[in-house]
Design a protein around this ligand. Sequence first.
Ligand code: BTN
Length: 258
Amino acid sequence: MSDSLPEPSSIEARPGPFFRRLLRYDAVDSTNEVAKLLLGHGAEEGTILVAKRQSAGKGRHGRVWASPPGGLYVSLVVRPEPQYVVTLGLLSGIPVVKALRHFGVFASLKWPNDVVFMEKKIAGILSEGVYRGSEFYAVVGVGVNTTIDLERLPEDVRARATSVKREVAEYVDNDDFLEYAMKHFEDIVSKFRSGTRDRLIKDYRGLCTTIGKDVVVTSSHGAVRGRAYDVTPLGALVVMGEDGGKTEVVDGTVEYVR
Ligand code: BTN
């Protein structure tokens, strides 16, 4: 990743109440990386970065997020308490699902924050914590396959992905999509700050189709098998094994077992 700060093509003021500054870029390596650089240059929470394409988009667990033109690539700068960064990343799936449903794709969440339609991935979220001195920030990166041509994705990704363009006949404009999602992001941040996170976790559970399924969750700590039973108030997945024992998994990749 480059250390030089790319020049935005525009800087716009937003009505907020929380997200009040939008920086637009034509192309960057990764909006999350640029957000982290900007934090080093005094960027404030409530900043949004959006790029038309990324040359080195990052996915969860060190994976690549293929970012051809037409997709929506956004990073949001928020300042949660460090212990809630994972929860915030999890809950950030809610606005994305709501926006997809609004624009005609009945998407849902696959724990922790894959956004899927008919088990094909349509959006993903990468939430990263970063310190500026003693101040902790979260950069919440959201990638949505809005109007991308699936042919432009690597073959292995394409087989498991879909896009708004593929699922909905009507053209969906990225700015309209972002504005709709941002209203719900504002709501998430405001509830998050006012301490009504439990309510948000209820909303999350309602949109998460992993609960009730037989799963294998793989993480750096190994694999956990069983039935996805619940999501805790902090966002961990509770997996119930055959013997009835429950394990809480904080991060990992879920495969459904049929
Ligand atoms: C995943 O599902 O693996 C997470 C994908 C997150 C992709 C977005 S696109 C905008 C932001 N910038 C990045 O480099 N990654 C996130």
